[in-house]
Design a protein around this ligand. Structure first.
Ligand SMILES: C[S@@+](CC[C@H](N)C(=O)[O-])C[C@H]1O[C@@H](n2cnc3c(N)ncnc32)[C@H](O)[C@@H]1O
Length: 284
């Protein structure tokens, strides 16, 4: 009863913001009340952001060092795609050849996990108390990444995105059409924008969005969906393994702040250029 009254009162006092929730009440009191709380929480976060300084930074170097430059308690959401820590040589010979030609980073092996452990330790104080964390990974690395992340954060779900990027050719294995994202929260976490399924259909978004900048590049589209679900305009997104800057472009296009770190100069320069292009088209 109290929940129903809260929704009615909110709708009466601020019909523009909450008026539509009275219709929802007819279907489910709990759902209408949950949505009221989610909107109020979002409003509160927006108010807190008023007069907050712009925080947009791209660092060249090792994220274990550069993370020190990120202000404490400043990050609302991490969207990152570290080396998976599995042998990349799981494609066809032709794919591997192309990958090797274009990708100078040689560290895609098991030593990423001790690095991630150290990074998570340094990352924790940089996060706001209710931040969300998304880490792209592979099913092959999940069993290592999960306990590591769960020691520092609260791992909430396994997200799947469909991409159909594997060209395959080997009839001994199934071709991989989907990949994984580990979703975690700092503290109790914030609410996601709507009640969503843990599945994203990205098929088409990689090729449709045009250029290929980095071999394991992610789509701007999926980064945008994650960022939109976990932040409001003006909040800050961090990617400590930013590669060609896909997360940062997505954040820029959504008017969020962003902080990126990349070890290799070549990808750092690509990221800089992509962000500059995104800013230019923002201003047009
Ligand atoms: C999987 S790629 C990220 C690709 C990115 N999602 C994109 O769309 O372009 C991982 C990136 O992490 C970088 N990297 C590896 N170790 C790093 C470290 N210790 N600090 C910062 N960047 C690192 C690699 O150079 C590589 O560009």
């Amino acid at each position: 009863m109290e929940k129903r009254t809260s929704v009615f009162e909110a709708a009466r006092e601020e019909p523009d913001k909450y008026g539509d929730l009275t219709e929802r009440l007819e279907k489910s009191v709990n759902s209408a009340y949950r949505e009221l709380r989610r909107r109020r929480e979002t409003e509160k976060r927006k108010e807190e952001l008023e007069n907050a300084p712009e925080l947009k930074n791209l660092f060249l170097g090792d994220c274990l060092e550069k993370i020190e430059k990120v202000p404490e308690d400043s990050v609302d959401c991490v969207v990152t795609d570290p080396p998976y820590g599995i042998n990349v040589e799981s494609g066809t010979r032709e794919q591997i050849r192309k990958l090797r030609e274009n990708w100078t980073y040689e560290g895609d092996d098991e030593d990423i996990f001790p690095q991630l452990l150290r990074l998570f330790k340094k990352l924790e104080p940089k996060l706001k108390g209710d931040a969300h964390i998304y880490i792209f990974t592979s099913w092959k690395a999940w069993h290592k990444l999960y306990p590591l992340a769960d020691d520092f954060f609260d791992v909430r779900n396994w997200l799947v995105y469909l991409h159909y990027l594997s060209t395959g050719g080997d009839l001994n294995v199934y071709r991989t059409a989907a990949s994984s994202i580990l979703f975690a929260a700092a503290g109790d976490g914030r609410k996601i924008r709507e009640h969503k399924w843990n599945f994203f259909d990205e098929s088409g978004n990689y090729r449709k969005n045009g250029k290929s900048y980095h071999p394991p590049q992610k789509s701007v589209s999926i980064c945008k969906k994650l960022i939109e679900n976990s932040t409001v305009e003006g909040e800050t997104v961090l990617d400590p393994f930013c590669g060609s800057g896909t997360t940062l472009v997505a954040a820029e296009e959504l008017d969020r702040n962003w902080i990126g770190i990349e070890l290799e100069e070549r990808w750092y320069n690509t990221a800089r250029q992509r962000i500059a292009e995104a800013r230019k088209s923002d201003g047009e």
